[in-house]
Design a protein around this ligand. Sequence first.
Ligand code: A3P
Length: 352
Amino acid sequence: MGEQKDLLFPYEFKELDPEEEKLVEDNLGPFPTSLIKVGPKGYIAYRPYKRDAANVYNMPLRPTDVFVASYQRSGTTWTQELVWLIANDLNYEKAAEIPLTHRYPFLDVFMFFDPNEKEKYINVMSNTEENFDKEKYSQVLDMMSRPATLLLEEIPLTEKRFIKTHLPMSLMPPTLLDTAKVVYVARDPRDVAVSCYYHARLFKMMKLERSFKDFWNMFHRDLYTLTPFFEHVKEAWEKRHEPNMLFLFYEELSKDLPASINRVADFLGKKLNEEQMNRLCDHLSIDNFKNNKSVNYEDMRELGVLAKGETFIRKGKSGGWRDHFDEEMTQQAEKWIEDNLKDTDLRFPFMK
Ligand code: A3P
């Protein structure tokens, strides 16, 4: 079932040029592994991706697989919980019992972790204060650097697989939409950039020392993980009419959650009554999400890898970018968006 003939990985890898590398390092500090560009669009990946790119591209799929895909910080976690609960007939008990990270193997997380540089990862973290648990962290590194394709193969055929990915469609198996379902969620890139900035501050591994303005400069020059942002979104947008693809916008979830829930339910062949809808909306509200241990990633705090004062589930609103962009950045963003949307009918809802 889902067997796929081995295709070679069709893309080449390229090094960043020294000026680009400097811009990244000035923003994110030294990282135990470095970046490379993938394919003609120059998707930015961490170097360990290279090792397993072909395995991901050729991964055996199953007709029951459900992928939740996105450019990071676009509402992935929110969509994951929504999709999982609907697919699992609103089993809130199981959702509370099993953390989202266990319910959804994260296909591409391995790219951040080079198993040959384990000491470097440990050293970076050992220099941060507080409750860093070296032993436990070392085990987590082993787990994270193991490609999720292996973990996914071990899931019994009788079990439905839910998979999280931030990879663009072109780096995924070419038969993906012939076999499995994909829910893709997109968000206004200005809110994504702000959210990525706080996300980078959350993980002590990143030594984010610059201002948001510097970060924005790097982000909109397509030098952040898995940018170019617009190419990522456009690849999914082009597939939005395929029966196995559901394309959502964060802004639509924010504005009318029941409408998005109904779209997901239709897509998965389910139906919710009013009472079920009300409970699900309540469960998915930002305030409940912040306190929901199964989805809020706070368990990672015990490891000592998360920075004080930052959280994975953050503000959860649309248009928050306005508090972070000065006039120059606003104009820059407008031009960037306009340039990138001019050859496509992709439009972000409620974008001003
Ligand atoms: P902000 O940083 O703007 O608050 P991802 O899951 O793809 O990493 O996306 C994270 C973003 O989604 C964060 O955005 C986070 O706060 C927001 N988010 C998570 N859960 C949410 C919810 N239940 N309602 C609204 N936004 C949510």
